[in-house]
Design a protein around this ligand. Structure first.
Ligand code: GDD
Length: 337
């Protein structure tokens, strides 16, 4: 019988790639979505538009325990991937309360409902390299202590610890993936990589003349989201539940990303990039680079995309959108391809 998976955050970048991956493996895929999203499918389901006849969507709110309890009580699930969150770090400084409420309580509600109703369901929690924050060692691995630097990072540490606690206290198969930054053509426009590639395309098309960014010296370990969702699935197929770092092992500055993205279209980033203090964060995570040795050896996972391939794919996708080769569709739909 086909395995049945529930994905929270199925309409996001990772959720949409994971749904595709699980469908290809023969899973029956269900998604938890907000009611407002169900009422506005054209705008809200752009990343999963091509999957809508193959996935089952259920309205529920991560802010309401009864709605989660109700959804999980309706049928058996073999695996649950909890990806839904307020995931933009800068927004968590603007409204730390909402980020903490959604990210911490949402995770707790999911775990509590599963414990009551489906204790055999395997649970994946989307942890983050933001949990390392002001890093205590380089590279960061599963044993590196956490020192989060934003309400978002703090909420992810809490969710990660809750997940571990349910594993240890109730013997449930709960795992935390500590994923470093992962990007791709479906990335939201507020994140730095997509902001850069979409603006490069607009500049190339003559629609824009500059790109305003914050800290160009921040270092990140960037991979492709398509590679990273494979690791999520592998974590739930192990004999024993455990936590894993997923990373490329390479770090690059925001400046290097700009350099490569502009050179993809034959331009020099120094002619267009302007530093704007509005995009600085009150506390910055300066440098992240992951050690994914455990994922490579235990899960047999390895990334397939290189950094230049990732940048190139994102720029080319945004060029296609901007130059109107997929004319007639809203930008978010075209960006979702
Ligand atoms: N967004 C943004 N916009 N970031 C900028 C800008 C700008 O104009 N200028 C510089 N940056 C810097 C940020 O200060 C940060 O150091 C870096 O670019 C990356 O920022 P984001 O792309 O917003 O991602 P993030 O690293 O904060 O968080 C992402 O990765 C985490 C995993 O480490 C998000 O996807 C998180 O949800 C995820 O957990």
């Amino acid at each position: 019988m086909a395995k049945r998976a529930l994905i929270t955050g199925i309409t996001g970048q990772d959720g949409s790639y994971l749904a595709e991956h699980l469908l290809a493996l023969g899973y029956e895929v269900h998604g938890l979505v907000r009611r407002v999203a169900l009422e506005d499918p054209e705008r809200r389901f752009t990343r999963i538009a091509h999957l809508l006849d193959r996935v089952q969507l259920h309205p529920a709110s991560l802010e309401s325990y009864p709605s989660i309890f109700n959804l999980i009580s309706r049928q058996e699930f073999d695996e649950c991937y909890h990806l839904a969150a307020q995931s933009f770090v800068a927004e968590s400084f603007a409204d730390g309360f909402s980020t903490m409420n959604t990210n911490i309580n949402g995770t707790h509600y999911m775990l509590a409902a599963l414990r009551d109703l489906r204790p055999a369901c395997r649970f994946y929690f989307a942890g983050s390299s933001e949990m390392f924050g002001k890093v205590r060692e380089t590279p960061q691995s599963e044993t590196t202590p956490f020192h989060p630097r934003s309400p978002y990072g703090i909420s992810k540490v809490a969710g990660f610890e809750l997940t571990r606690n349910y594993r240890e206290a109730y013997g449930m198969f709960c795992v935390g993936g500590i994923l470093f930054n992962h990007e791709g053509p479906r990335r939201g426009f507020e994140f730095v990589t997509r902001k850069i590639t979409s603006t490069v395309a607009r500049i190339k098309a003559g629609l824009s003349t500059e790109l305003r960014l914050g800290n160009l010296d921040a270092r990140r370990d960037w991979g492709h989201a398509k590679d990273y969702v494979r690791a999520m699935h592998l974590m739930l197929q192990q004999d024993v539940p455990d936590d894993f770092v997923v990373a490329s092992g390479e770090s690059h500055t925001v400046r290097e990303f700009c350099e490569l993205a502009f050179s993809e279209v034959g331009l020099d980033y120094r002619d267009y990039v302007r530093v704007d203090e509005r995009f600085y964060r009150p506390a910055e995570v300066e440098s992240l680079v992951g050690d994914a040795t455990k994922a490579r050896t235990v899960l047999g996972w390895k990334p397939t995309y290189t950094f230049p391939e990732l940048v190139s794919e994102m720029v080319q996708n945004d060029l296609r959108i901007t130059l109107g080769q997929t004319e007639g569709l809203p930008e978010t739909v075209r960006g979702a391809r």
